[in-house]
Each structure stands twice: as C-alpha cells, then as structure tokens.
Design a binder for this molecule. Structure first.
Ligand SMILES: Cc1cc2nc3c(=O)[nH]c(=O)nc-3n(C[C@H](O)[C@H](O)[C@H](O)COP(=O)(O)OP(=O)(O)OC[C@H]3O[C@@H](n4cnc5c(N)ncnc54)[C@H](O)[C@@H]3O)c2cc1C
Length: 400
C-alpha cells in the first residue's frame, strides 16, 4: 500500500488520515475537500458559534503543527467528480486525477434547501452557512425555524439565548420521530415551550412569501407567520452523486454507501466512513447509518485499520452509537438507538423535572439510553450496550 486517497475534508476524512498515520502508514495520503477551509468541527456551528461563545478559529479541528505533521497531499477547494475504480483514481473538478491503492469515501452530506430563492432563508451545514446565519440573527428580532430535528432545535435554542422571538414549525406531530421515540420527543419539545418558543407541531410549510427577502412563512393550516429570517433544518442529502457509474453500491432504506461489516464498499479497495456510511450492525437487527460526530471519527479509525490489516486481522465495526445535543444549557445524550422502541422507561428522574435517564427496549432487548442533564449516569450504562442485554438485565442494572 503506497497511497490512499481520502475524499471529503470533514471529521471522517481527517480522522481517516490521522488513523493511517497513527498506524504507521508512511505512504502518500491525499485529502480532497470541496470546502476551502481546513477540517473544522460542525457541532459548534449551531451552538457556540451562533451564541458568540465560539469563534471560527476555535472550530479548527487540529492546530497547524498537528495538521502539518500528517504530511497530507492536500487538495482543498476541489471537488471529486468521478471515481474510476479500474485505475484506483479519483477525478477532480479541475480535471486532475489522483491515484491511490485505496480510496476512502467520506463526502458526508449537504443540507436540504427549501424550494425558494428568497433572501433571508438559510440552511445550516457548513461554516459559511453558520456565519451567514449568525449575521442574519444579529439583524432581526424574530426568526422562524422550520424543522424540529436536532439542528432546528439547537438553532431555536441559540436564537432564544440571543433574545429573539422564535417560532419552531414541524410537520410531524412530534419532533425527532426518526431518532427518538415520541414519548421522549414530546419532552424535548416542552423544553422549547419552557424557554418561550412558539412551537407549532403537525403543520407543514406550504411556502415562503416576500419581495426579494422573506417576510412570511405560509403554513398548511392556512395561517402565516411573520418571518424576517428563516432557518430550515430539513435534513440532508447524502453526497454520493460523484459515485455514479463507479460500481459502488448504494443502500436502500436509510440510504448511503452500502458497506460490509468491515466498512468496505462493493468495489475492492474502496471504503467509506461517516454520515453517508451504511453498514450492518449486529445489535440493531439490520443496517444502520448514523449522522453522529463521534461515529465519523470512530468509523474512520476502523476503516484505516481494516484497509491496512491483512485479511485475517480485519475487525467488524460494531460501535455503541453516541450522539449529544446542547439546548438551553442542557445536554441531551443518546447511546444506542431511541427509536423505534416498543418499551420506554424513565429509570432516573422524570420529564417533569427536566432531568432524566430513559431506557429504550425492542424485542425484549435494551437498544438505547437517553439522558437529559444526566451525563455521568448515562455514560455509566454504556457497557450495557456493548453486549446484548435483555430488558430485565438492564432494569436490574438501574436498580429497578
Ligand atoms: C450544525 C450541525 C451541528 C451538529 N451537532 C452535532 C452534535 O451536537 N452531536 C453530534 O453527534 N453530531 C452533530 N452533528 C453531526 C456531525 O457534525 C456529523 O455527523 C459529522 O460532521 C459527519 O462528518 P463527515 O466527515 O461524515 O461528513 P461532513 O462533515 O459532511 O464532511 C464531508 C466533507 O466532504 C466534502 N465533500 C462533499 N462532497 C465532496 C466531493 N465530491 N469532493 C470533495 N469533497 C466533498 C464536504 O464539503 C464536507 O466538507 C452536527 C452537524 C451539523 C451540521
């Protein structure tokens, strides 16, 4: 193995490069990234960066000496447009071809944009997006957030922290339906109401109105909400277009690049990690895809190991998924999966206290632990998710 091409300069791409070097790989590591910035941290974009507690500089993932020590063949501001597996090459948008014995796909995702050209309607995925949102929030006294997923929820919380009037609109009857059982989704919604957000659930957006700039958001119930600014958190589109015709198989269902248990794609020598990776996880009864910061780093490390290891030394990737969110100074943490669940139990605290740990069960097994303002307790239960644990064993471990 003399060269590895990593496509995508986010957390998964940087972590792959780092893990290759940590494992002693001395060949060429090419890192191709469409954004002009050196790899930076996305989680603070909707939190510290909006509330002024963080700066663009504080987001940089590695300081200069550490980054330079990776000795990367760095191609920033360049987009991969095609994967040519027969040549083990990636074609860039300037026509250049970069070659390697292995290719790692880490191109993540792009925010879904609402269908409008009006100024003042934002999405939030990149540093440039976040700077535009921050500037926008400074210039208005109210904002409408469309979509009550985690990013929408965090933008709503940050805007309230700045003292703006906030309306949060969500088409589903409870927020976060895909990631959190509704019994907990409801509690997380109440946090917004506690903090003065006008939450509108079960009502979709039918359009954005205004001259050049947005002025109103029109809702499916016929009402309109005044909106000098809108931030849409409508989920993502995975960046897999450049793989068309390459033979790299994509996945049905939750989508993404279809991997085997070792994070290898259907094309030999081509691996994937991060938000677009879809792989079989033995503890969740099928394939999973995680849009989680920690997964991007851990999966990249698994990819680096497996692509350097000989056939007998490869390891299946079976992490305990971990996600956190910060809203109104409170931390939400999730280990494993919190939806779908057929059993939910609050094992410590309660929704009324706005402080709890909840267990999620499926088919008699523990599949997830979620905490609000309960960091040490949540993390204490991580070992229950590294091995199959029955619902009864889990409750016993919580003293129930
Ligand atoms: C605002 C925000 C807040 C978040 N908060 C949290 C949180 O609190 N907790 C948590 O667990 N997770 C959070 N996440 C999710 C987390 O940031 C992602 O899971 C993580 O960034 C995924 O990393 P990635 O490297 O797979 O993809 P990305 O971060 O999307 O990086 C992919 C990179 O590849 C580049 N790229 C795309 N296409 C091409 C191409 N064709 N050629 C070259 N380069 C390309 C992109 O420009 C991008 O820079 C948050 C995400 C956002 C946007």
């Amino acid at each position: 193995m003399r060269g590895v091409v990593v496509v995508g300069g986010g957390m998964a791409g940087l972590s792959t490069a780092e893990a290759l070097r940590s494992a002693g790989f001395d060949g060429t590591v090419t890192l191709v990234g469409e954004e002009p910035h050196r790899p930076y941290s996305r989680p603070p974009l909707s939190k510290e960066l909006l509330t002024g507690k963080g700066t663009t500089r504080s987001l940089v993932l590695r300081d200069e000496p550490e980054f330079d020590a990776l000795r990367l063949d760095l191609r920033l501001g360049r987009r991969a447009v095609r994967l040519r597996p027969a040549e083990r090459a990636v074609e860039l948008d300037d026509g250049a071809l970069v070659r390697g014995d292995a290719v790692v796909i880490a191109t993540g995702a792009t925010a879904r944009r609402p269908d409008t050209g009006l100024a003042g309607v934002h999405v939030l995925r990149t540093l440039d997006d976040a700077e535009a949102v921050r500037e926008g929030l400074e210039a208005v006294d109210r904002v409408v957030v469309v979509g009550a997923g985690f990013i929408g929820a965090e933008v709503a919380a940050s805007a309230r922290t700045l003292g703006l009037d906030v309306t949060l609109v969500e088409a589903a009857p409870t927020p976060l339906t895909r990631v959190v059982d509704p019994r907990v989704g409801e509690v997380l919604t109440e946090l917004h109401r506690d903090n003065g957000v006008d939450v509108r659930l079960g009502v979709g957006v039918t359009g954005f109105e205004g001259g050049n700039r947005v002025e109103r958001v029109r809702l499916a119930d016929g009402t309109a909400v005044a909106a000098p600014m809108v931030v849409a958190g409508l989920g993502v589109r995975l960046n897999t277009d450049w793989l068309a015709g390459s033979g790299v198989e994509l996945a049905d269902g939750v989508g993404g690049v279809r991997l085997d248990a070792y994070c290898a794609t259907s094309v030999p020598g081509v691996y994937a990690a991060g938000d677009l990776a879809n792989w079989p996880h033995p503890r969740y009864g099928g394939r999973v895809r995680l849009e989680h910061w920690t997964n991007a780093g851990e999966q990249a490390a698994a990819v680096a190991h497996n692509l350097l290891a000989g056939a007998g030394r490869r390891r299946p990737y079976t992490p305990v998924p971990y996600f956190w969110s910060d809203q109104y100074g409170m931390k939400v943490q999730l280990l494993g999966q919190a939806a779908p669940a057929d059993t939910v139990e609050f094992v410590h605290g309660s929704p009324a206290e706005r402080k709890f740990v909840a267990f999620f069960g499926r088919g008699g097994m523990l599949v997830g632990v979620l905490g609000l303002r309960s960091t040490p307790k949540v993390m204490r239960y991580r070992p229950l998710l590294t091995e199959p644990t029955t619902w009864e064993q889990a409750l016993a471990a919580a003293g129930r």
